[in-house]
Each structure stands twice: as C-alpha cells, then as structure tokens.
Design a binder for this molecule. Structure first.
Ligand SMILES: [Mg+2]
Length: 231
C-alpha cells in the first residue's frame, strides 16, 4: 500500500450531514412563517421539494450553467412553483435566512470525530469542497471539526469546481502535497471521484447507500469507520 501523507476530504454529505442540517433548517422556516398553515402543505412537502430542487440546482452549478447567486436567489421560488403555491406567500428573506441558519447546524455524519481523531495522528488533513467560501468555515467551526484541517480549499477561491483538474492541482500546491502521497475521499462520483481520477489522484468513494455503480475509486466504503482499516 502507498504511503499517503495528505488526505483531502469533501465536506457536504461526506463529513458534514448536509441532509440533516438542511432538513432541520427548512422545517424551522416553515414553522416560523407558518407556511404549512397558509399553504395547506405539510412540512415534509417543503423538505422533499427543497432536496429535489437543491440537488438539481447544484448539478447545474457543477456544469457551470448557473451561478451561486442563482442557486441562492431562486431555490425557494422554484420550490413554491413546484408545490403550486403563489409567490405572494413567499417570505421575502427566506432564501437569506436559510443561508444564515443552515451552516450553523452542527450535525456530522456518523463516526466523523472518531475517524478524524484517528487520521489526524497519521496524516495531514484538508478540505476540498465545491461549497461556497463564506459558509465552509461556519460549518466546520460550528460542527467542531475546524481544527482537524490544515487547508480549506473551495471551488470559489480557485475559480474551478471539482471535477476540474485545476482545483486538484491548486489543492496540491496550496497544501505542499505530492500527488502520489495524496488521496481524495468523497461521496460524489461526478465531482470527487471523477475529479481525482482526472488529476491522477487516488480516491475513496463514500457510498453510504451502497448504490451499485461503476467508478474509478481505489476503495469504496459504506461507513466512515472503514477508513480506519484502509488508512
Ligand atoms: Mg459531497
């Protein structure tokens, strides 16, 4: 086995439990504005719609077809459209409030702390994320894992998103890491795993749902704890 020195972690859905943090935020906003009463829709309708629309917008963002501002400004309008709710009921600042609340949520994927404690003894750990610059530090700090990481590399600070090779090259030079001594860990085949492959970097695919798919990752794990056996 290669002697790795640097581990690059994806953040959302890999360490930070995006789904739980996001669902709780949407639930709180529906409650705050009594949207379930005004619109006769259940909380779950908003939560499921948010998840679907958000995934779609992020997919378009990764393709370079929409901007960060469009994701942030349009999310809730599209959700209201999808649920057939008149925009008259759309609270003016709901998009902004979502962004203020969600990154402060502290929920992590199961066993994150145990695994980071183990890895931090042996490796240099970094974050390599397509998430937005202004909220990554908040997420890391509020979930209590900021100090595990030396470098936080975001697509915004480099001008390129994963899977572009440039962001991986930037991450290596920024962290003084050698390609052969580095490995990427992430949950997304189209960004984390494909990107690592294109950059010539080894990778570990975190696949909690156990979906059967072809990929180029060196290892596949269902639980983060499995990293203790691999690394
Ligand atoms: Mg991810």
């Amino acid at each position: 086995m290669k002697k790795y020195q640097h581990i690059f972690f994806d953040l959302d859905h890999t360490l930070w439990d995006f789904d739980r943090c996001s669902e709780e935020t949407v639930h709180e906003l529906v409650e705050k504005y009594q949207l379930h009463l005004i619109t006769k829709k259940a909380h779950i309708d908003f939560i499921q719609s948010f998840k679907k629309i958000n995934n779609k917008l992020w997919y378009l963002y990764h393709l370079g077809k929409i901007t960060k501002k469009e994701i942030r400004d349009e999310r809730f309008k599209i959700i209201f459209d999808e649920l057939n709710i008149d925009h008259i009921h759309l609270p003016k600042n709901i998009g902004k409030e979502y962004l203020e609340i969600c990154p402060c949520k502290p929920y992590l994927i199961e066993d994150t702390i145990e695994v980071l404690d183990y890895l931090a003894e042996k490796y240099h750990l970094h974050i390599l994320t397509n998430g937005f610059e202004d909220v990554q530090e908040i997420k890391l700090t509020n979930s209590g894992i900021r100090d595990y990481f030396k470098c936080i590399i975001t697509s915004e600070s480099t001008g390129k998103t994963k899977p572009h090779k440039e962001i991986f090259d930037f991450a290596l030079s920024h962290s003084n890491a050698e390609l052969e001594q580095s490995i990427m860990i992430g949950d997304n085949l189209k960004t984390d795993i494909l990107g690592a492959y294109q950059a010539g970097m080894d990778s570990i695919y975190y696949n909690p749902a156990g979906k059967k798919q072809d990929h180029t990752a060196l290892y596949e794990i269902k639980k983060l704890l499995e990293l203790k056996e691999i690394l």
